[in-house]
Design a protein around this ligand. Structure first.
Ligand code: PGA
Length: 259
């Protein structure tokens, strides 16, 4: 596999300044200076500054959301420009918790994706179906509609500057992980659909799996040909659990590089 896996920790609405300080110092101790995979963490807005100032160099920092606007009378929102100004590298867009709880539409998510790129942030487009949608065989249609909204707005070449995270909603925070085969099936679908538009971009874009990924199942998931790492929620909240997943990415890369 030529793509470098990303292990991304989505801290959601967890943590405190003390948590951030401890986590960053633990990761600084536990993470080797040179790693053959990428690592990112996504704290809440008000902890971004602390993460950026205390993180080990090899860890990227991202926000969990951004506004679809540049600036202006949009109380309570934070723009891509502000995140870039602060020193963020990445930003999640369209996490299912935002699609459901904040009713973000595919069109809004697409605008956010475009805003991230405009300010030099790497957007991580989260896509995935609910249990009802899976049970009624709509998985591919739902996931593709979520991606298609971004494609229609900015085109395939621009989409390629981001990352896609496939997160089946039924697997998020439930302890129920998609099997490696289920994950691969959707990842392969996404990559082949993209390849029909741009083969090079489809080969290069990184597709992460998210949904109850942990140290014990990470290797199997990451070994799938179209799975390029994970977006990790619960298991990113302790350095040991997060590092256990990072070690699986390292193991996979070591095996790939020596074969
Ligand atoms: P989980 O969350 O690992 O706790 O299932 C994943 C996510 O929502 O990004």
């Amino acid at each position: 596999m030529s793509r470098t896996p990303i292990i991304a920790g989505n801290w959601k609405m967890h943590g405190s300044l003390t948590f951030v300080k401890e986590m960053m110092s633990e990761l600084a101790t536990m993470l080797p200076a040179k790693i053959n995979y990428d690592v990112a963490v996504f704290p809440v807005y008000i902890h971004l500054h602390e993460v950026i100032n205390t993180k080990p160099e090899q860890v990227w920092c991202g926000a969990q959301n951004l506004s679809e606007y540049d600036d202006g009378a949009v109380t309570g929102e934070v723009s891509g420009k502000m995140l870039a100004d602060l020193g963020c590298d990445m930003v999640l867009v369209g996490h299912s918790e935002r699609r459901v709880k904040s009713r973000e539409s595919n069109a809004e998510v697409a605008k956010k994706f475009a805003q991230a790129l405009k300010y030099g942030l790497t957007p991580v487009l989260c896509v995935g179906e609910s249990l009802v949608e899976r049970q009624s065989n709509q998985t591919f249609a739902v996931v593709w509609a979520q991606i298609q909204a971004v494609l229609s707005l900015i085109g395939v070449e621009q989409l390629g500057h981001g990352v896609i995270a496939y997160e089946p909603v039924w697997a998020i925070g439930t302890g129920e992980t998609a099997t490696a085969e289920q994950a691969q099936e959707v990842h392969q679908f996404i990559r082949s659909q993209l390849a029909a538009k741009d083969v090079t971009m489809a080969r290069q874009i990184r597709l992460l799996y998210g949904g109850s990924c942990k140290g014990s199942n990470a290797f199997e998931l990451f070994s799938m040909p179209d799975v390029d790492g994970g977006l990790i929620g619960g298991a990113s909240l302790t350095a040991e659990d997060f590092m256990a997943i990072c070690r699986e990415a390292k193991k996979l890369m070591n095996e790939t590089q020596s074969s």
